[in-house]
Design a protein around this ligand. Sequence first.
Ligand SMILES: [Zn+2]
Length: 133
Amino acid sequence: MLNSLAELEHRRAAIAQQISQLGDLRPGSISATSGRCGKPSCRCHQPGQPVHGPNLRFTYKLDGKTVSESLPDPAAEHKAEREVAEFRNFQRLSHEFVEVNAGICRLRPVGEEEINAQEKKRPQRSTGRSRRN
Ligand SMILES: [Zn+2]
């Protein structure tokens, strides 16, 4: 159990170091698809012929849209698996990073920096964003 400010700050630095050492990462999922392709002339559309697959695909979101890439060989599959696993490591570390930071915020006494910051928040002169405009 980490309970002193110094211990928490040490832990935070260690997590930041681990995050900086992560390899390539990206969110997404790997799935297998099989079925008939879009070419009506392909043999997969003939009765009694086998359908394609299973083909592995990597699916992810890009600008809010779902994008899917084929994983044509085991090397591509392993690369995608590595990237997704590293993304999970990042999620775990970032979650812990926030938790440790929240603990630091709870323990950090109000010091001069915070008092100065509060002084700065008081408007010295009217700005465009002032409600009294
Ligand atoms: Zn086909």
